[in-house]
Design a protein around this ligand. Structure first.
Ligand SMILES: Cc1cc2nc3c(=O)[nH]c(=O)nc-3n(C[C@H](O)[C@H](O)[C@H](O)COP(=O)(O)O)c2cc1C
Length: 325
């Protein structure tokens, strides 16, 4: 399939694997890219720019296809060494960066100078327009369904995607709730030129996470996620577990007085314990409502080939069949 997204990133299929903390390591990024999509290494999971450089080199050993790096710009006081991370990306010859969080304006000239394509993750039309205005090449539009941070507007993709299509000139991918060929065809119909998946890619053979994480996603239904940290205006969609229930109880009790320090035990530093050790109640971890559509743990190639075959079947048979009447 050829869209402005496949052309932009030099990939075969319009499918991107979104950056995921402690999931987006070289193994997964390479597997997605080898299957014809765009794999993404999560920059900040690597503690230093030197470690990111090593991860990029490791990914290069596993694929000769294009892959990208996610840079999440956190609103923290002690900012990570972003210039160092960007240098590692440039030196590693990576040509695609997925930015998220704060707007990447400050870093655009440097990225552009090195021919790096930037896709910014947005949860609203106004942020997408801002990304377009500052020179991003594409945006990833994350609806309310998404795993991770859906923003504070709560607009689901059935509205958000066509609204983005009404306003944007640059191409965009649909993100949040995407799982299969049906998602891809719907996303294309709503104006997107591809799709980005997070949760679906965790439940794959190559995702370098504990088996219990994959099984938790397969076992979960669309009713099993919760929104946490809304009182802090840092809303995150996570899979429900004992720690999340505790966290929500604190939110209820403390109301508007809730501070980050109150919930630190449930949210800080929990990713390695969950993703690597399989300690499933260690804290809150991002997961999308799309878990309800995930019933297996295929290889990335099986997943992507299946998506493309289903999409083609839907377009040429089901949809064309309606037209023939
Ligand atoms: C476990 C997990 C960790 C994530 N970590 C990040 C991250 O570090 N940076 C980021 O920009 N997005 C992160 N995301 C969001 C994904 O890149 C993607 O936008 C989102 O998962 C799409 O929604 P879906 O899960 O319904 O496919 C994460 C998502 C998950 C499920």
């Amino acid at each position: 399939m050829k869209t402005r997204i496949t052309e932009l990133f030099g990939i075969e299929h319009p499918i991107i694997q979104g950056g995921m903390h402690y999931v987006g390591l070289a193994e997964l990024a390479a597997a997605v890219s080898n299957a014809g999509g765009l794999g993404i290494i999560t920059g900040l999971t690597q503690k230093t720019p030197e470690l990111l450089a090593k991860e990029i080199a490791r990914c290069r050993e596993m694929t000769d296809k294009p892959f990208g790096v996610n840079l999440t710009f956190l609103p923290t006081v002690s900012s990570p060494d972003y210039p160092g991370y960007i240098q590692a990306i440039i030196d590693g010859g990576v040509k695609a960066v997925e930015t998220a969080g704060n707007n990447p304006q400050k870093w655009m000239p440097l990225l552009k100078e090195h021919g790096i394509k930037v896709i910014h993750k947005c949860t609203s039309v106004r942020h997408a327009l801002k990304a377009e205005a500052i020179g991003c090449d594409a945006v990833s539009v994350d609806g309310f369904e998404c795993g991770g941070h859906p923003g504070e507007d709560d607009v689901p993709n059935f509205i958000l995607l066509p609204r983005a299509a009404e306003e944007l000139k640059i191409p965009f991918v649909a993100s949040g709730g995407m799982a299969d060929g049906r998602s891809l065809v719907a996303a294309l119909a709503l104006g997107a030129e591809g799709m980005n998946m997070g949760t679906r890619f965790i439940a794959t053979q190559e995702a370098p996470v504990h088996e219990k994480v994959k099984q938790a996603i397969v076992a979960a239904s669309e009713l099993d996620t919760r929104l946490v940290m809304r009182p802090l205006r840092n809303t995150e969609r996570v899979l429900n577990n004992a720690a999340v229930e505790r966290l929500l109880e604190k939110e209820k009790t403390l109301g508007a007085n809730l501070k980050f320090e109150d919930i630190i035990e449930e949210v800080a530093g929990v990713y390695p314990r969950i993703m690597q050790s399989g300690d499933m109640d260690a804290g809150a971890w991002s997961c999308g409502m799309v878990a309800g559509l995930i019933h297996d743990v295929p290889t990335c190639k099986q997943l992507i080939d299946g998506i493309m075959a289903q999409a083609e079947q839907l377009i040429t048979q089901r949809l064309a069949g309606f037209q023939r009447g």
